[in-house]
Design a protein around this ligand. Structure first.
Ligand SMILES: Nc1ncnc2c1ncn2[C@@H]1O[C@H](COP(=O)(O)OP(=O)(O)O)[C@@H](O)[C@H]1O
Ligand SMILES: [Mg+2]
Length: 303
């Protein structure tokens, strides 16, 4: 696989600037995702790579789920309950859609799974291990994330794809970069292009290729196509579905579109006011019994 970069692997954050069309909030999000630890994170010292003994002592949970979420809570400002008692098991290779009204906590739930905020201990497990006990950057590599707006660094498409491995001291070969571009449904001729001038759909596929270059086991997608036209939307959907089939990637995707969830998901989680009120197969959405779920689904179908 990727060759070692030798002495020439200075972090790209010093040499690459985010493009001007990226919003400040997004800039913080992508750098935080790739480089930094959460603001409310206080456990890094105890979770460094060097602390192998502690890692080895981690109790594995008996659940065989790829991601297991157990009674996850998010409370801010003393008494503001953003997430309440969320529990769900997600099996390896599943595509899980998360839907619900705006402001119901979908992004907050997704962001907990790769520790963009620090969830309480013993509430999220990756292959049976409490994610808060693992090295945070390892979690971010194993659990990749794609945001609503593509966030790219200045430079070429290849610079962007090579970014994550390079942070680990690995230099991707041209062939490897082209492989990730193909996985994201981009022609290999894009590798040498500047990211300036890419359409938003192309930029989102570059962002997908960059995420894939970290070889994640789980992919988190937060409304990844809501800024895209229908053709670009289908490109992203098909790339993700192809990856799932060919590599067994586990996908957790927030979507505003019931139709998209029906096209892609094996399982649908309906989140309303911070609670997971229904977990259904896409074909069974009409069977939702919770009145709040019925109300949301009725309104969403009419959109
Ligand atoms: N750190 C925070 N502090 C205070 N409120 C927050 C914080 N994070 C999210 N919220 C609030 O939590 C609610 C859920 O947000 P979010 O997860 O973004 O919802 P969704 O993705 O479903 O639209 C919103 O009301 C949002 O304003
Ligand atoms: Mg959201």
């Amino acid at each position: 696989m990727a060759a070692e970069g030798g002495g020439d692997h200075q972090p790209l954050e010093s040499t690459l600037e985010l493009t001007t069309w990226q919003q400040q909030q997004g800039k913080e999000e992508v750098t935080e995702h790739l480089l930094k630890i959460p603001d409310d994170f206080d456990g890094l010292q105890n979770n460094s790579n060097s602390n192998i003994m502690q890692q080895q002592q981690l109790q594995k949970r008996s659940s065989s789920a790829k991601i297991s979420i157990q009674s996850l809570e998010r409370v801010v400002e003393l008494d503001n309950h953003i997430l309440t008692g969320i529990s769900v098991d997600i099996q390896a290779g599943q595509v899980v859609g998360i839907i619900g009204p705006s402001g119901s906590g979908k992004s907050t739930l997704l962001r907990a799974i790769n520790r963009l905020w620090e969830p309480p201990g013993d509430s999220i497990f990756l292959d049976g291990e409490d994610i808060t006990k693992l090295n945070v950057l390892t979690v971010r590599r194993r659990v990749g994330m794609l945001f609503q707006t593509p966030l790219l660094f200045d430079g070429t498409v290849a610079d962007n794809v090579a970014y994550g491995p390079r942070l680990q001291g690995k230099r991707l070969t041209d062939a490897e970069i082209e492989g990730y571009l193909r996985q994201a449904d981009l022609d290999v001729s894009f590798a040498k292009k500047s990211i300036i001038g890419l359409s938003v759909g192309q930029a989102q596929r570059v962002a997908l290729a960059r995420t894939l270059a970290n070889q994640p086991e789980v992919l988190l997608l937060d409304e990844p196509t809501s800024a895209l036209d229908p053709v670009s939307t289908r490109h992203i959907e098909e790339s993700v579905m192809h990856l799932c089939r060919s590599t067994g990637l586990t996908v957790i995707m927030v979507s505003h579109s019931i139709e998209q969830v029906k096209r892609m998901a094996d399982l649908v989680c309906l989140v309303v006011a911070g609670e997971l009120i229904e977990v259904l197969k896409p074909t069974e959405l009409v069977c939702a019994r919770n009145p709040r779920a019925q109300e949301y689904l009725r309104a969403a179908q009419q959109q």
